[in-house]
Design a protein around this ligand. Structure first.
Ligand code: HPA
Ligand code: ZN
Length: 368
C-alpha cells in the first residue's frame, strides 16, 4: 500500500478538461502565475513592514533604532533559524505606536497585494507585541481594520484579521489578550498561534482556543515549521485548528499525511520563508510538490515578505522556477486551494474560481 493517497481523490475539479493545462507552455508560466487571481492566507502584517517604513515611523514617533540606516537594517536580514528572525522582527515592530502607523503598514501591504493580483488576504497580527509596549488593543484594531475597509473600497482587495497569540508567552497572557480583544469581536475573524515553536507545544493553549471557539472565532495555528509533525497533530486535536500554518514537517509522518488529505486540512505553506529560515536547504528540496501529490490542500503564501525576499508572486515564481514538477496544473490547484481554504462564503469562492478559470482558459487558447 502506498504511504500516502494518490492526488486524484482530493484535488479540486479543474476547468473544462484536463488537457487545458497541457496546452499552456512552460514559458508562459511566470506571466500566468503573476496574473492569476489568488488569496493569501499566511501573512504576518508586522512582517510586511519594509525597512524604509520602519525608518519613517521611527522618525515620526521618535523611536530609537539599533541600526544607522535602511541599508544597515537590511544587511541584518541574514537568518539562521526562526528565533534569529523573530528577534529582528519584534525590534522592527517597536516603531508602531499610533493608529495611523498600523494603517500605513497594512495599506502598504494591500497595495503590494493588489499588484500581485491577490483578491483576498487574511492577515495575522500580534497584539501582545504592541500591548506590552503600552499600545492599546483598540489602536491596533482600528488602524488595521480601517486599512482593510479602504483596501476593499479603493483596491477591490478584501481583507480579514486573525489575532495571533505569541506562544513563547503564557496561557494567562493569551487569555488576557483575548479578553482585551472581545470588545472588537466584529473586527477580526479568528485566532492563531505564532512565535517560537520549539519548546512551546500547542497544548499550552488548549483552553484559550476552546474559549475562542465559544466566541465563534476561527482557529488556525503555526505547527510543523521547526517543530515536529506531532505538533501538527496536537494543533488539530487539542486546538481544533481548521488550518495549519506551515505544516511542512508533516511530510515526516505518513499517517498524519493521510489524515491531512482525508480531512482536507489546508496547509499555508511559505516557501521563501522556509528557505530564509533554513527550514529547507534550497527551494529545489521543498516538499510542496510532495504535499500536493499526496492530495493535501497546500497553498502558497509569503509569511513575512519584507524580511524573506518577496511578496506572494515572488514566492510562486521562485518556487515554480526551482521545482520542475510544478506546472500549470499545480498553479491552478494552488490558487483554487487558496480560495477553498479561506474563511469566506462559498459564493465568493465560486466567483473567484470563475475568474481563475477564465484566466487559464485564455492562457490555453492563446498558447501563451
Ligand atoms: O514564520 C513564523 N513562524 C512563527 N512565528 C512567526 N511570526 C512571524 N513569522 C513567523
Ligand atoms: Zn508565519
Amino acid at each position: 500500500m502506498p504511504a500516502v493517497p494518490a492526488v486524484a481523490a482530493a484535488a479540486p475539479s479543474v476547468p473544462l478538461d484536463d488537457t487545458l493545462f497541457d496546452r499552456i507552455p512552460r514559458a508562459a508560466l511566470p506571466a500566468l502565475l503573476a496574473r492569476m487571481p489568488k488569496a493569501e492566507l499566511h501573512i504576518h502584517i508586522e512582517g510586511s513592514l519594509e525597512p524604509e517604513l520602519i525608518f519613517k515611523l521611527a522618525q515620526r514617533n521618535q523611536v530609537a533604532l539599533r541600526y544607522a540606516s535602511v541599508e544597515a537594517l537590511r544587511q541584518a536580514y541574514a537568518f539562521t533559524d526562526l528565533q534569529s528572525f523573530l528577534d529582528i522582527y519584534y525590534a522592527g515592530a517597536s516603531v508602531l505606536l499610533q493608529e495611523q502607523d498600523f494603517y500605513d503598514m497594512a495599506w502598504a501591504y494591500f497595495e503590494k497585494a493588489k499588484a500581485d493580483n491577490v483578491v483576498h488576504a487574511e492577515l495575522f497580527f500580534d497584539p501582545q507585541t504592541h500591548t506590552a509596549r503600552g499600545v492599546a488593543m483598540e489602536t491596533v484594531m482600528r488602524g488595521l481594520s480601517r486599512a482593510c475597509n479602504d483596501a476593499h473600497d479603493q483596491l477591490g482587495v478584501s481583507g480579514a484579521l486573525i489575532l495571533c497569540f505569541l506562544r513563547h508567552l503564557s496561557e494567562e497572557d493569551a487569555f488576557a489578550t483575548l479578553e482585551e480583544a472581545e470588545p472588537f469581536l466584529e473586527l477580526f475573524i479568528g485566532v492563531g498561534l505564532d512565535s517560537s515553536e520549539r519548546g512551546h507545544p500547542p497544548g499550552k493553549f488548549e483552553r484559550v482556543f476552546a474559549r475562542a471557539k465559544e466566541l465563534g472565532l476561527h482557529r488556525v495555528a503555526h505547527a510543523g515549521e521547526e517543530g515536529p509533525a506531532a505538533y501538527v497533530r496536537d494543533a488539530l486535536d487539542l486546538l481544533g485548528a481548521q488550518r495549519i500554518d506551515h505544516g511542512v514537517r508533516s511530510i515526516d509522518d505518513p499517517a498524519l499525511m493521510r489524515r491531512l488529505a482525508a480531512e482536507q486540512i489546508p496547509l499555508t505553506v511559505c516557501p521563501l520563508s522556509n528557505l530564509k529560515l533554513c527550514v529547507v536547504g534550497t527551494l529545489a528540496d521543498h516538499p510542496l510538490p510532495a504535499l500536493l501529490a499526496a492530495g493535501l490542500v497546500a497553498t502558497v503564501n509569503s509569511d513575512d515578505p519584507a524580511y524573506f525576499g518577496g511578496y506572494l508572486n515572488q514566492n510562486y515564481l521562485e518556487t515554480f522556477e526551482a521545482l520542475p514538477q510544478l506546472g500549470p496544473r499545480e498553479a491552478y490547484i494552488l490558487a483554487r486551494n487558496s480560495f477553498d481554504a479561506s474563511f469566506v462564503s462559498d459564493l465568493r469562492k465560486e466567483r473567484w474560481t470563475e475568474m481563475l478559470d477564465a484566466v487559464f482558459v485564455e492562457a490555453a487558447n492563446s498558447g501563451a
